[in-house]
Every structure is written in C-alpha cells, then in structure tokens.
Design a protein around this ligand. Structure first.
Ligand SMILES: Nc1ncnc2c1ncn2[C@@H]1O[C@H](COP(=O)(O)OP(=O)(O)O)[C@@H](O)[C@H]1O
Ligand SMILES: [Mg+2]
Ligand SMILES: [Zn+2]
Length: 468
C-alpha cells in the first residue's frame, strides 16, 4: 500500500493504522496492491485526519460498502490499530465545509461530536471503524444533537470585590470592558496590577453564539479544545514573557493559531510587558490594527482572526520603585529610558487607557471595607455595549472617518477639548484616544452626547498621567 500526494510522515504512516484497523475490526483485507492518492497533489497533507476517509474508501473499493452512501457524507478521524476512532483537530471546520459543499452530514470521532454540531449539519459520532462499517451498510447509528449553551458558569472566578481600594484601576477596567479598549497598568511591584487584570473577565459580557462558533473553530484548529468540546467562556490568555514569536502570533510548517488568535473575542494579558522579546511585541502591530494575523509560507498565506483586547502591565523602571510613595528608586535616567524604549511608540499608540497603580495602604488590605463586586459593573458594561451595537461599532474600533458622527461634542466640550489639546500638546492620535474613551464613559451613563465631565475623566487616562 502506498500513499501519494505530499503526505507528511504522520499521513504516510496511516497505511499501517488503516490496515491494522480494518483487520482488527474483523473485516477482510485482501493481499492486493493499493495506491492512495490524496488530491490535489501539490497541497501538503498532515495529521491523522485522513485515516478514516482512507479506510472507508478502501472498503468501498473492495466492494464491502456501497459507494453511493460514501459520497453523501464527509469523514474525518484518526484510527487506532485496534480499529478505534480517535479525536482530531479542526472537526468544526470540516463540518462547516460539509455544510457549504452540500453533504448530507459528517461522520466524525465521538469526542469531536459537540463541536461538529455547531456547524448545523447532521453529525454521526463514531468511536470505532466497526460502527462506521455498520453506518455505511445502512444499519444506522444515532445522530448527535446540538448542546445548549450553559447558563453563566457557577464556578468561582476572580472577582473585583477581592481587590481593596484601587478605585482608579477598577474604573479603568470598567471603561476598558465597556468599550473594548486596550489598557496598560503601570506601577511598582506588588501594587496589584496582575490582580486587577485577572478580574477583567468577571465584568465582560458572555460570548454571543457567533463568538462561540469563532472561538471553538480556532481552538479546534489549534488542537486546544478541552474535554468540554466547545468554547463557552470568553478567552483570557496570559502567555509568559519567554514566549516565542511563533507561539504568540502562530506558526509551524502548516501554521496553527497562536496566542493572539486563541485570545480572539477575549483578552490577551501581557504581564511584565518590557520582558517580552522585542520581535514578539513588534509582531503585535498587525493584529492590533487589523484584528487578524497573516502568516506566509512557501506559496500560500494563512489568515487567522486575532481580534483581542490587550491588557498589559509593567513596572515604571527596572527596579520598579520609580514614583513609589515611600520607597527609593535606584535606577539611572539612562536605565529608565532604555527600559521604556523596549516598548515601541506604535504599540503604545494602540493603548487607549493608561492607568497608574499605587500600592494600597497595608491597613486597607488588612481591614477591607467591603469592595463592590463585579456583578453591578458587568451590568453597566453590558448596557454600554448594547448602545454601541446599535451604533454599529464597538468604541475602541470606531473608524477615524466616522468619529465626528458617532462622537458628537457640544460647543462647550469642544472648547474644553481644544484647551486640553494645547495644554497637554496632545498628538492627533492622542486626541482620538481621548474622544473614544470619553464616548465610552458617556455610554456607561447612557448619554447620547459627550459632555465636559466625560472628556475630563478621559483625560485622566492619558499616558502622561501614568508617567508614560
Ligand atoms: N488592592 C489590593 N487588594 C488586595 N490584595 C492586594 C492588593 N494589592 C496587592 N494585593 C496582594 O498583593 C499580591 C501581589 O499583587 P500583584 O497583582 O501580583 O502585584 P503586581 O502585579 O502589581 O506586581 C496580590 O496577589 C494580593 O495578594
Ligand atoms: Mg504582576
Ligand atoms: Zn528604579
């Protein structure tokens, strides 16, 4: 038996798995020469996905199953030597393909049944080649039905009430959540930057049905779906700063999605931002600007969605204590400048909210005075988001050319903004950032027009206010 059509070594080895699986399923495998041709011949094939289709094609060629049924369904799955069908990557994508190409349905590994159902095709989950054989001979196997979206998870997730004080940090999180703005926390070690960032998911709205489809497709392609089989909760990714460019952006001979795509529709948290490789930070520019990444490989380009919200945290200087209320910083101005320069201007430009975080007093942590929980904040965020949905854009992604229409200012607010523009010598980018943030603050108050107080608060989140 030979396999042709640019198979990788896993695909080439399929002949051993297929032969053994057929024999161990109690079917006959006559000693004949078999050539498996994977067309088109110039596209690389990888992984175990082709085992099951190859096996059923052989069974049909041997006349053991009717060819007609074969053509009505799409088959995916890896075979074990014992004839078992094992889970594979990308089944939801295969299921969408089956639907778009007009197949009756898909026959897939039972562990991948839930994700396949999301595509809205008939799904026949199988756990052995024996079952597939029975199915092809018309003996029928039960169809899988789609699962309900579970109600908000009951498991404990980090809540804002656990953070004492930090009014500015929490307000920053609320605005960021409401307008999907990127946010940077800056402050000394132990101030609670990481603690705050990890509580963003607790105030974000639940995933919509379309977002569940997108996230599940990405995780399936990356081989990252957990046993649960479907992504129901908003992604929160916090890769370590030692991550490679490929790990962050996506990579491999046939590329798989990286962290920026795993964070699609969710949060990408980069803690200790200056510690990341410079090249990795540079590579964030495209996803931040276009909400997608393209990866080029010999002859082809791969595009993955990468619409995430960036939350970053950093210390103000290498020792961490620059601007600390009681501790001395021991860095030279040169060291501070070098440290800051690791983060490029274009990256900082994409961050709408800059928040300085001071450590809270020890007494406050020891005797906390009941901080409000995430629930009311999440409700305000949800209504601010629905206002934006009606306008057509989430505030962080308002195109600059529609800014004037969606972010109208009254005369007094305009005067005030012009004064601020001069006083703080804001750049054009800085100005649009302030307006977008002010728009979100207005939406949190259900105000149609942006008012002076909204702009005044937005100005508190300029980079300069966070020592940036
Ligand atoms: N405002 C706060 N309320 C409660 N605990 C806090 C607060 N700030 C800091 N902590 C405690 O200090 C620890 C360190 O905070 P962390 O978020 O890791 O600081 P940073 O990321 O700024 O270095 C936290 O795990 C938490 O136990
Ligand atoms: Mg930290
Ligand atoms: Zn220092």
């Amino acid at each position: 038996m030979a396999v042709v059509g640019l198979p990788d070594s896993t695909v080439r080895e399929s002949k051993e798995r297929v032969r053994s699986a057929i024999v161990n399923s109690g079917l006959e495998f006559p000693p004949r020469r078999i050539t498996v041709n994977l067309a088109p011949a110039d596209v690389k094939k990888e992984g175990g996905t082709f085992d099951l289709p190859v096996a059923v094609a052989i069974l049909a060629a041997l006349g053991l199953v009717p060819k007609k049924t074969l053509l009505d369904y799409l088959f995916v799955g890896e075979l074990g030597l014992d004839g078992g069908v094992r889970p594979v990557r990308g089944v939801i994508s295969a299921a969408f393909l089956a639907r778009n190409k007009g197949f009756k349905g898909i026959v897939c590994p039972s562990q991948n049944g839930d994700e396949a159902c999301l595509a809205g095709v008939e799904v026949y989950p199988v756990s052995s080649l024996r079952e597939v054989f029975a199915f092809l001979r018309g003996e029928g196997i039960p169809r899988q039905t789609a699962r309900e979206t579970p109600a908000a998870s009951q498991t404990h997730q980090p809540d804002l009430s656990e953070v004492c004080g930090q009014a500015m940090g929490k307000r920053g999180l609320e605005i960021a959540a409401a307008g999907c703005h990127n946010l940077l926390f800056i402050g000394p070690p132990g101030a609670g930057k990481s603690m705050l960032a990890k509580r963003l998911p607790s105030i974000l709205p639940q995933l919509t049905h379309d977002e569940i489809l997108e996230c599940t497709t990405i995780y399936s392609a990356a081989g990252r779906l957990s046993k649960d089989g479907i992504i129901f909760t908003r992604p929160f990714r916090s890769p370590h700063h030692t991550i490679t460019d490929a790990g962050l952006i996506g990579g491999g001979a046939i590329p798989v999605p990286g962290e920026v795509s795993l964070a699609h529709n969710g949060v990408l948290f980069l803690d200790e931002l200056p510690e990341f490789r410079r090249s990795a930070l540079e590579a964030l520019r495209q996803p931040l600007e276009e909400a997608l990444v393209t990866i080029s490989r010999a002859g082809s380009t791969f595009t993955f969605p990468a619409g995430f919200q960036l939350i970053a945290a950093l210390n103000p200087c290498p020792c961490g204590y620059l601007g600390h209320p009681s501790k001395e910083c021991c860095c030279t101005p040169m060291q501070v400048a070098k440290y800051r320069s690791r983060i490029s201007g274009p990256l900082l430009d994409r961050i709408d909210l800059h928040v300085w975080v001071d450590p809270v007093e020890a007494e406050l942590v020891l005797s906390p005075k009941g901080s409000p929980s995430s629930t009311p904040v999440r409700e305000r965020v949800a209504s601010a988001r629905s206002v934006q949905m009606r306008r057509g854009f989430i505030n962080a992604r308002i195109p600059d050319n529609t800014l004037e229409v969606s972010c109208s200012l009254d005369a007094r607010t305009k005067t005030m903004l012009v004064a601020a523009l001069k006083r703080y010598s804001l750049s054009m980018r800085g100005l649009t950032r302030v307006i977008k943030v002010a728009r979100t603050i207005a939406d949190l108050e259900a105000c149609g027009e942006i008012q002076e107080s909204h702009v005044a608060e937005a100005l508190q989140f300029r980079p300069e206010m966070a020592g940036g």
